[in-house]
Design a protein around this ligand. Structure first.
Ligand SMILES: Cc1cc2nc3c(=O)[nH]c(=O)nc-3n(C[C@H](O)[C@H](O)[C@H](O)COP(=O)(O)OP(=O)(O)OC[C@H]3O[C@@H](n4cnc5c(N)ncnc54)[C@H](O)[C@@H]3O)c2cc1C
Ligand code: FES
Length: 507
């Protein structure tokens, strides 16, 4: 099935109320500088302000519209089959800690929504993980046992509340869904004042243990929290310890009666994750995501959307999606997020990454850990999530652990196309060789070409095209760039170089 409308945008960011924050206009001093205005950065800043700290959230783009604002936005401590996997790899204490941190993360979000009266469609919904095969049912039962040992009150049920047969299902009540941009931006709006600030359109370009530099001035700080989803540049080498993955997401109108009453995720492949949302006009929306694909693999992306849309139409009667978008996260190499000091010396930036598509509740727990560490308090979960634990292991271990990161450096999976820029049709893109350089050319609907270097500014991998979001994406460590070269997602910090191409007649 071809993608009829290739760039309709993300439902959450397109339906978010505009709530702009100022840009930085000059030097400033705070106690804690927080780089990144996603769920981790904004929640950490709020918790720090509650302790009397002066904070500055510094957001390169717009608050809440990064990975958080492009997620399926389930606020749940049930993460598919994570507890059995964590228990197997790290032992029962680690699984109990993970369960407790995420249960507390959900409760913290609920408490902040209530305390600050944040209008973010915060609705109760049970979470379900279900199987459709006998093997999957076995794994669901193992997860039920692991959840029992970890103290998370899940129960096996015959009734998954889904319109297709399942072989087993595990349910966790008392969970929520929300509008992620409204939550993060609404919480951010409570921060400015009494020496605290939130800045947008202010990109951090460098940092040290005395603060951060931006193109718009320096912010001095006693502590720096880098809440940029993946730490920037070479910080802690986290890019080599987390495998990036991309997903297709759709928002499609469905009949109210067909909208799922549960937030469900499959234990079997192909991965399916669904939830409902009520549009402001009262219409029921199905939010659904599917299996992973590699950044910049346009064919796999087209297939992922076609497959997801067919599933949504068959089982939920969904029509043509109103919105299509992609989103990414990182699988940490040993299965646990990395939260805390990025190095072992205690003056490196504090970081949080490796949420493996469960960074809402994990992100809330991470914010609590970061706020404690930044203010010298003990935190009961910090040792389990310790971000510096990976420094003892090398890349050899990573390969043994089955992660495919840190490869595809220059000459990676997409060979430069040798064709002519004129062959690129409006709305399409390709990598062509110009003066010996791999150049990414996107021709907009009016026929105007936009040409940039197709070499990632992080570590030199060749980029690939994302046809739905119209971005240049890097399969090595997940950086993403707009068609004008601007950084959309790190670890890259520098934009792609613009490339001049010969004047030409529109194709
Ligand atoms: C398809 C998909 C669905 C998901 N669904 C769920 C779900 O239902 N439930 C769940 O728990 N999790 C889900 N997740 C995971 C979750 O959304 C993320 O793990 C989490 O939102 C990450 O939050 P964050 O604050 O770390 O990152 P972000 O929200 O990306 O925030 C980081 C911010 O840092 C900013 N930034 C980057 N570089 C700079 C710089 N140099 N200077 C200043 N600012 C900078 C970015 O612009 C961005 O706004 C999903 C993930 C995917 C991929
Ligand atoms: S993100 Fe690391 S090379 Fe592109």
């Amino acid at each position: 099935m071809p993608i009829a409308k290739p760039a309709d945008g993300c439902y959450w960011t397109r339906t978010a109320t505009d709530r702009p924050f100022p840009t930085l206009t000059g030097p400033l001093e705070v106690d804690v500088a927080v780089i990144g205005g996603g769920i981790v950065g904004v929640m950490a800043a709020r918790l720090l302000k509650d302790r009397g700290q002066r904070v500055a959230v510094i957001e390169a783009c717009e608050v809440g519209r990064g990975v958080t604002g492009r997620s399926t936005a389930k606020v749940t401590a049930q993460h598919a089959l994570f507890l059995s996997r964590i228990e197997e790899r790290h032992g029962q204490d680690a699984a109990s800690c993970y369960a407790e941190a995420n249960r507390a993360g959900v409760a913290l979000i609920a408490e902040l929504v209530a305390r600050h009266g944040i209008a973010c469609a915060f609705e109760p919904a049970p979470a379900i993980v279900y199987a459709t095969t006998d093997d999957g049912a076995e794994r669901i039962r193992a997860e039920a046992e692991a959840a029992r040992r970890a103290g998370l009150a899940m129960h096996l049920t015959e009734d998954a509340g889904l319109p297709y047969p399942v072989t087993a299902a595990l349910r966790l009540d008392g969970q929520y869904s929300f509008h992620p941009v409204h939550f993060v931006a609404g919480l951010a709006a409570t921060i400015p004042g009494d020496g605290s600030h939130v800045f947008e359109q202010t990109r951090v370009t460098s940092w040290d243990d005395t603060g951060v530099e931006t193109a718009r001035g320096r912010i001095s700080a006693r502590r720096v929290i880098m809440a940029t989803h993946l730490p920037l540049g070479q910080v802690g080498q986290f890019h080599a310890h987390n495998a990036p993955h991309m997903h297709a997401i759709i928002a499609a109108r469905v009949d109210r009666a067909s909208a799922p009453q549960v937030m469900a995720i499959s234990a079997d492949e192909p991965k399916r994750s669904v939830r409902s949302h009520r549009d402001p006009d009262g219409a029921a929306m199905l939010i659904a995501t599917g299996p992973t694909f590699k950044h910049g693999d346009a064919d796999a992306e087209v297939k992922a959307f076609a497959d997801l849309e067919a599933f949504a139409a068959e089982h939920f009667g969904a029509g043509e999606p109103v919105f299509r978008w992609t989103n990414e996260d990182y699988t940490p190499r040993d299965g646990l997020p990395y939260v805390g000091w990025s190095g072992s010396n205690g003056d490196s930036p504090l970081v949080a990454t490796g949420f493996d598509a469960w960074g809402i509740s994990n992100g809330a727990a991470a914010a609590a850990i970061l706020a404690d560490l930044a203010t010298g308090r003990d935190n009961a979960w910090a040792a389990t999530f310790d971000a510096s634990r990976h420094s003892a292991k090398g890349l050899g271990t990573m390969v043994a652990e089955g992660l495919e990161v840190a490869k595809d450096l220059v000459g990676g999976h997409l060979a430069p196309h040798s064709g002519n820029a004129r062959e690129i049709k409006p709305g399409k893109a390709a990598i062509v060789e110009i003066a010996g350089r791999a150049t990414g050319i996107y021709r907009d609907e009016s026929g105007r070409p936009h040409a940039v270097s197709a070499v990632c500014t992080h570590m030199g991998c060749l980029l690939g095209w994302n046809p739905v979001d119209r971005s240049w994406d890097c399969s090595c460590h997940g950086s993403r760039f707009a068609t004008d070269g601007a950084v959309l997602h790190g670890p890259a910090i520098e934009p792609l170089e613009a490339v001049r191409i010969e004047q030409e007649e529109p194709a």
